[in-house]
Design a protein around this ligand. Structure first.
Ligand code: C2E
Ligand code: CA
Ligand code: CA
Length: 279
Protein backbone atom coordinates (compact mmCIF):
# COMPACT_ATOMS: atom_id res chain seq x y z
CA UNK A 1 0.00 0.00 0.00
CA UNK A 2 0.91 3.69 -0.31
CA UNK A 3 2.22 4.09 3.21
CA UNK A 4 4.69 1.27 2.77
CA UNK A 5 6.04 2.88 -0.35
CA UNK A 6 6.53 6.24 1.35
CA UNK A 7 8.32 4.70 4.31
CA UNK A 8 10.48 2.73 1.95
CA UNK A 9 11.54 5.69 -0.24
CA UNK A 10 12.13 7.79 2.85
CA UNK A 11 14.46 5.17 4.24
CA UNK A 12 16.26 4.82 0.95
CA UNK A 13 16.90 8.53 0.58
CA UNK A 14 17.91 8.83 4.21
CA UNK A 15 20.33 5.97 3.73
CA UNK A 16 21.78 7.65 0.66
CA UNK A 17 22.17 10.89 2.53
CA UNK A 18 23.93 9.25 5.44
CA UNK A 19 26.24 7.43 3.04
CA UNK A 20 27.03 10.65 1.19
CA UNK A 21 27.77 12.42 4.44
CA UNK A 22 30.19 9.80 5.62
CA UNK A 23 31.83 9.82 2.21
CA UNK A 24 32.29 13.59 2.49
CA UNK A 25 33.61 13.27 6.02
CA UNK A 26 36.21 10.87 4.67
CA UNK A 27 37.17 13.31 1.91
CA UNK A 28 37.57 16.09 4.47
CA UNK A 29 39.90 13.99 6.63
CA UNK A 30 41.89 12.97 3.59
CA UNK A 31 41.85 16.51 2.25
CA UNK A 32 43.31 17.98 5.41
CA UNK A 33 46.27 15.62 5.06
CA UNK A 34 46.66 15.69 1.31
CA UNK A 35 45.72 19.30 0.65
CA UNK A 36 42.44 19.10 -1.27
CA UNK A 37 41.52 22.57 0.05
CA UNK A 38 42.25 25.94 -1.49
CA UNK A 39 40.80 29.42 -1.26
CA UNK A 40 39.00 31.88 -3.44
CA UNK A 41 38.69 35.53 -2.52
CA UNK A 42 35.59 37.60 -3.18
CA UNK A 43 36.09 41.37 -3.35
CA UNK A 44 34.08 43.73 -1.18
CA UNK A 45 33.56 47.26 -2.46
CA UNK A 46 32.74 50.65 -1.03
CA UNK A 47 29.35 51.42 -2.51
CA UNK A 48 29.83 55.13 -3.20
CA UNK A 49 32.84 54.99 -5.49
CA UNK A 50 33.38 51.31 -6.17
CA UNK A 51 36.77 51.25 -4.48
CA UNK A 52 38.06 48.00 -3.06
CA UNK A 53 37.43 47.48 0.65
CA UNK A 54 39.03 44.03 0.90
CA UNK A 55 38.19 40.35 0.40
CA UNK A 56 36.31 37.48 2.00
CA UNK A 57 38.21 34.17 1.94
CA UNK A 58 35.99 31.28 0.80
CA UNK A 59 37.15 27.69 1.08
CA UNK A 60 36.99 25.19 -1.80
CA UNK A 61 37.57 21.44 -1.95
CA UNK A 62 38.94 19.74 -5.04
CA UNK A 63 39.34 15.96 -5.15
CA UNK A 64 42.26 14.29 -6.91
CA UNK A 65 39.94 13.33 -9.80
CA UNK A 66 39.33 17.04 -10.37
CA UNK A 67 35.75 17.16 -9.07
CA UNK A 68 34.75 20.01 -6.80
CA UNK A 69 32.61 19.65 -3.69
CA UNK A 70 30.89 22.90 -2.77
CA UNK A 71 31.26 24.42 0.70
CA UNK A 72 27.46 24.41 0.85
CA UNK A 73 27.79 20.63 1.00
CA UNK A 74 30.95 19.95 3.03
CA UNK A 75 30.79 22.78 5.60
CA UNK A 76 27.56 21.48 7.21
CA UNK A 77 29.09 17.98 7.40
CA UNK A 78 32.25 19.41 8.98
CA UNK A 79 30.11 21.36 11.44
CA UNK A 80 28.68 18.11 12.77
CA UNK A 81 32.12 17.17 14.03
CA UNK A 82 35.25 18.97 15.14
CA UNK A 83 36.52 18.85 11.56
CA UNK A 84 35.19 22.39 11.08
CA UNK A 85 37.85 23.62 13.52
CA UNK A 86 40.58 22.04 11.41
CA UNK A 87 39.18 23.49 8.20
CA UNK A 88 38.82 27.00 9.64
CA UNK A 89 42.32 26.90 11.11
CA UNK A 90 43.67 25.83 7.74
CA UNK A 91 41.75 28.65 5.99
CA UNK A 92 43.04 31.26 8.43
CA UNK A 93 46.64 30.21 8.13
CA UNK A 94 46.50 30.10 4.36
CA UNK A 95 44.56 33.36 3.91
CA UNK A 96 46.73 35.31 6.35
CA UNK A 97 49.89 34.01 4.74
CA UNK A 98 48.66 34.73 1.22
CA UNK A 99 47.55 38.29 2.09
CA UNK A 100 50.23 39.35 4.55
CA UNK A 101 52.23 41.41 2.04
CA UNK A 102 49.14 43.05 0.55
CA UNK A 103 47.88 44.02 3.99
CA UNK A 104 51.22 45.38 5.17
CA UNK A 105 51.21 47.73 2.19
CA UNK A 106 47.49 48.48 2.06
CA UNK A 107 45.83 51.79 2.85
CA UNK A 108 44.04 52.22 6.18
CA UNK A 109 40.79 50.27 6.34
CA UNK A 110 41.72 47.39 4.04
CA UNK A 111 40.44 44.05 5.39
CA UNK A 112 40.73 40.35 4.86
CA UNK A 113 37.64 38.58 6.13
CA UNK A 114 37.49 34.95 7.26
CA UNK A 115 34.53 32.84 8.38
CA UNK A 116 34.55 31.30 11.81
CA UNK A 117 32.06 28.65 12.85
CA UNK A 118 29.92 29.05 15.96
CA UNK A 119 31.77 26.12 17.50
CA UNK A 120 35.10 27.92 17.32
CA UNK A 121 34.13 31.38 18.51
CA UNK A 122 32.45 29.75 21.51
CA UNK A 123 35.52 27.67 22.48
CA UNK A 124 37.83 28.74 25.27
CA UNK A 125 41.24 29.72 23.92
CA UNK A 126 40.01 30.74 20.48
CA UNK A 127 41.10 34.38 20.74
CA UNK A 128 44.53 33.35 22.00
CA UNK A 129 44.97 30.93 19.15
CA UNK A 130 44.13 33.61 16.58
CA UNK A 131 46.42 36.16 18.21
CA UNK A 132 49.23 33.61 18.31
CA UNK A 133 48.80 32.89 14.61
CA UNK A 134 48.80 36.61 13.70
CA UNK A 135 51.99 37.05 15.63
CA UNK A 136 53.67 34.05 14.11
CA UNK A 137 52.76 35.05 10.56
CA UNK A 138 53.38 38.76 11.08
CA UNK A 139 49.93 39.74 9.82
CA UNK A 140 48.63 43.17 10.92
CA UNK A 141 45.69 42.52 13.32
CA UNK A 142 43.81 45.64 12.15
CA UNK A 143 43.42 44.08 8.70
CA UNK A 144 41.74 40.91 9.96
CA UNK A 145 37.95 40.64 10.10
CA UNK A 146 36.25 37.61 11.59
CA UNK A 147 32.76 36.72 10.37
CA UNK A 148 30.59 35.04 12.95
CA UNK A 149 26.95 34.09 12.58
CA UNK A 150 24.06 34.74 14.87
CA UNK A 151 24.21 31.08 15.92
CA UNK A 152 27.39 31.93 17.79
CA UNK A 153 25.23 33.55 20.45
CA UNK A 154 23.20 30.37 20.89
CA UNK A 155 26.28 28.46 22.11
CA UNK A 156 28.29 29.30 25.24
CA UNK A 157 27.49 33.00 25.27
CA UNK A 158 29.98 33.92 27.99
CA UNK A 159 32.94 32.39 26.19
CA UNK A 160 31.81 33.86 22.88
CA UNK A 161 31.64 37.34 24.39
CA UNK A 162 35.00 36.89 26.07
CA UNK A 163 36.59 35.86 22.76
CA UNK A 164 35.02 38.75 20.86
CA UNK A 165 36.21 41.26 23.44
CA UNK A 166 39.76 39.89 23.45
CA UNK A 167 39.93 40.03 19.66
CA UNK A 168 38.56 43.58 19.58
CA UNK A 169 41.14 44.72 22.13
CA UNK A 170 43.77 43.79 19.59
CA UNK A 171 42.06 45.69 16.77
CA UNK A 172 40.55 42.69 14.99
CA UNK A 173 37.19 43.47 13.38
CA UNK A 174 34.06 41.41 14.01
CA UNK A 175 31.29 41.01 11.43
CA UNK A 176 27.91 39.38 11.98
CA UNK A 177 27.27 37.25 8.87
CA UNK A 178 23.85 36.29 7.48
CA UNK A 179 22.34 39.10 9.51
CA UNK A 180 18.56 39.18 9.45
CA UNK A 181 18.01 35.43 9.19
CA UNK A 182 18.64 34.47 12.81
CA UNK A 183 17.53 35.47 16.21
CA UNK A 184 20.15 37.68 17.81
CA UNK A 185 18.46 39.78 20.42
CA UNK A 186 19.05 43.45 19.93
CA UNK A 187 20.00 43.82 23.57
CA UNK A 188 22.72 41.24 23.10
CA UNK A 189 24.01 42.88 19.96
CA UNK A 190 24.15 46.30 21.60
CA UNK A 191 26.37 44.81 24.26
CA UNK A 192 28.92 43.46 21.85
CA UNK A 193 31.75 45.29 20.18
CA UNK A 194 30.70 44.18 16.71
CA UNK A 195 32.03 46.33 13.86
CA UNK A 196 30.09 45.20 10.78
CA UNK A 197 26.63 43.84 9.99
CA UNK A 198 26.44 41.68 6.90
CA UNK A 199 22.92 41.63 5.50
CA UNK A 200 22.01 38.20 4.16
CA UNK A 201 21.51 37.55 0.46
CA UNK A 202 17.95 36.30 1.02
CA UNK A 203 16.92 39.79 2.10
CA UNK A 204 18.70 41.42 -0.82
CA UNK A 205 17.04 39.02 -3.31
CA UNK A 206 13.61 40.42 -2.50
CA UNK A 207 14.55 44.01 -1.97
CA UNK A 208 12.78 45.15 -5.12
CA UNK A 209 9.64 43.04 -5.01
CA UNK A 210 8.75 43.28 -1.37
CA UNK A 211 8.14 46.56 0.33
CA UNK A 212 8.46 44.90 3.71
CA UNK A 213 11.86 43.54 2.81
CA UNK A 214 12.94 46.90 1.50
CA UNK A 215 11.89 48.64 4.71
CA UNK A 216 13.58 45.95 6.76
CA UNK A 217 16.90 46.35 4.92
CA UNK A 218 16.65 50.12 5.23
CA UNK A 219 16.02 49.79 8.96
CA UNK A 220 18.89 47.36 9.52
CA UNK A 221 21.27 49.79 7.82
CA UNK A 222 19.97 52.68 9.90
CA UNK A 223 20.17 50.63 13.09
CA UNK A 224 23.65 49.35 12.26
CA UNK A 225 24.87 52.91 11.98
CA UNK A 226 23.22 53.85 15.27
CA UNK A 227 25.23 51.02 16.84
CA UNK A 228 28.41 52.44 15.33
CA UNK A 229 28.69 49.52 12.96
CA UNK A 230 29.31 49.63 9.27
CA UNK A 231 26.96 47.64 7.03
CA UNK A 232 27.63 45.42 4.03
CA UNK A 233 25.09 43.69 1.80
CA UNK A 234 25.99 40.31 0.32
CA UNK A 235 24.73 38.53 -2.75
CA UNK A 236 24.07 41.74 -4.68
CA UNK A 237 23.50 40.68 -8.28
CA UNK A 238 21.78 43.61 -9.98
CA UNK A 239 22.39 47.30 -10.57
CA UNK A 240 18.87 48.03 -9.37
CA UNK A 241 19.65 46.45 -5.98
CA UNK A 242 22.85 48.43 -5.83
CA UNK A 243 20.96 51.68 -6.42
CA UNK A 244 18.52 51.00 -3.61
CA UNK A 245 21.33 50.05 -1.22
CA UNK A 246 23.12 53.27 -2.11
CA UNK A 247 19.97 55.27 -1.37
CA UNK A 248 19.71 53.51 2.00
CA UNK A 249 23.26 54.54 2.83
CA UNK A 250 24.70 51.02 2.92
CA UNK A 251 28.51 51.23 3.24
CA UNK A 252 29.76 48.23 1.27
CA UNK A 253 28.61 45.48 -1.07
CA UNK A 254 29.79 42.02 -2.03
CA UNK A 255 28.18 40.23 -4.94
CA UNK A 256 28.26 39.02 -8.50
CA UNK A 257 27.21 42.48 -9.76
CA UNK A 258 30.79 43.64 -9.25
CA UNK A 259 32.73 40.42 -8.78
CA UNK A 260 32.50 36.69 -8.23
CA UNK A 261 34.97 34.97 -5.90
CA UNK A 262 38.42 35.04 -7.57
CA UNK A 263 41.44 32.77 -7.66
CA UNK A 264 44.33 34.06 -5.57
CA UNK A 265 46.29 35.52 -8.49
CA UNK A 266 43.29 37.33 -9.90
CA UNK A 267 42.59 38.79 -6.45
CA UNK A 268 46.18 39.99 -6.16
CA UNK A 269 46.04 41.68 -9.52
CA UNK A 270 42.96 43.73 -8.68
CA UNK A 271 44.83 44.89 -5.56
CA UNK A 272 47.57 46.26 -7.75
CA UNK A 273 45.16 48.23 -9.86
CA UNK A 274 42.56 49.13 -7.25
CA UNK A 275 44.55 49.84 -4.11
CA UNK A 276 45.62 53.10 -5.52
CA UNK A 277 42.00 54.09 -5.89
CA UNK A 278 41.18 53.22 -2.29
CA UNK A 279 42.26 56.25 -0.30
P1 C2E B 1 28.69 32.92 3.16
O1 C2E B 1 29.73 33.16 4.21
O2 C2E B 1 27.40 33.60 3.32
O3 C2E B 1 29.43 33.28 1.81
C1 C2E B 1 28.82 33.89 0.73
C2 C2E B 1 28.42 32.89 -0.31
O4 C2E B 1 27.61 33.54 -1.28
C3 C2E B 1 29.59 32.30 -1.08
O5 C2E B 1 29.22 30.98 -1.47
C4 C2E B 1 29.66 33.20 -2.30
O6 C2E B 1 30.28 32.59 -3.40
C5 C2E B 1 28.19 33.43 -2.57
N1 C2E B 1 27.91 34.66 -3.27
C6 C2E B 1 28.54 35.85 -3.17
N2 C2E B 1 27.98 36.77 -3.94
C7 C2E B 1 26.94 36.17 -4.57
C8 C2E B 1 25.95 36.61 -5.51
O7 C2E B 1 25.89 37.76 -5.94
N3 C2E B 1 25.03 35.70 -5.93
C9 C2E B 1 25.05 34.41 -5.49
N4 C2E B 1 24.12 33.57 -5.96
N5 C2E B 1 25.95 33.96 -4.58
C10 C2E B 1 26.89 34.84 -4.15
P2 C2E B 1 30.14 29.75 -1.16
O8 C2E B 1 31.56 30.09 -1.46
O9 C2E B 1 29.51 28.59 -1.87
O10 C2E B 1 30.04 29.55 0.39
C11 C2E B 1 28.88 29.05 0.99
C12 C2E B 1 28.98 29.12 2.50
O11 C2E B 1 29.96 28.19 2.98
C13 C2E B 1 29.44 30.46 3.03
O12 C2E B 1 28.40 31.36 3.01
C14 C2E B 1 29.89 30.08 4.42
O13 C2E B 1 28.80 29.96 5.29
C15 C2E B 1 30.50 28.73 4.20
N6 C2E B 1 31.95 28.86 4.11
C16 C2E B 1 32.72 29.15 3.03
N7 C2E B 1 34.04 29.19 3.38
C17 C2E B 1 34.09 28.93 4.72
C18 C2E B 1 35.16 28.83 5.68
O14 C2E B 1 36.34 29.01 5.39
N8 C2E B 1 34.78 28.52 6.98
C19 C2E B 1 33.48 28.34 7.35
N9 C2E B 1 33.21 28.06 8.63
N10 C2E B 1 32.46 28.45 6.47
C20 C2E B 1 32.75 28.73 5.17
CA1 CA C 1 30.66 34.78 5.22
CA1 CA D 1 26.48 35.12 4.46
Amino acid sequence: NDDDIKVCTYNESLKKQVARESEIEQYIKEGLEKDYFYLQYQPQYIIGDRKLRGFEALVRMKLPDGSIISPGEFIPVAENSDLIMDIDRYVRRRALTEFKEVCLNAPEGFVLSVNVSAKEISSPGFAEEVLGMLDEIGFPPGCLEIEITEYSFAQSVETTIFNIRSLREHGIKIAVDDFGTGYTSLAQLLNLPVTLLKIDKSLIDNIENSEMNRDFVKTVIYMGHLMNCEVISEGVEMESQLNLLGQFDCDFIQGFVWSRPLEYNAALSICDSEHMRYS
